[in-house]
Write a protein of this length. Structure first.
Length: 66
């Protein structure tokens, strides 16, 4: 059986934690920040864990991530 390819976009945007959860950066932090509340900008500073439904999709994009 041939090797499966990893999607390059997923490789750049997501990583797996030690427990197997998918970690990514928060959305809505690039532009038009004037209209966003300070609370929203503060919560988007670090990384976030994807929900189970989205994590299943992202894991299918990275077949060899452990």
């Amino acid at each position: 059986m041939p090797k499966l390819k990893t999607k390059s976009s997923a490789k750049k945007r997501f990583r797996l934690s030690a427990t197997g959860k998918v970690v990514s950066g928060a959305a809505c932090t690039q532009h038009m920040l004037r209209r966003r509340s300070q609370k929203m900008k503060r919560k988007a500073r670090g990384t976030m864990t994807l929900c189970a439904q989205d994590a299943r999709i992202v894991k299918s994009y990275m077949p060899y991530a452990k």
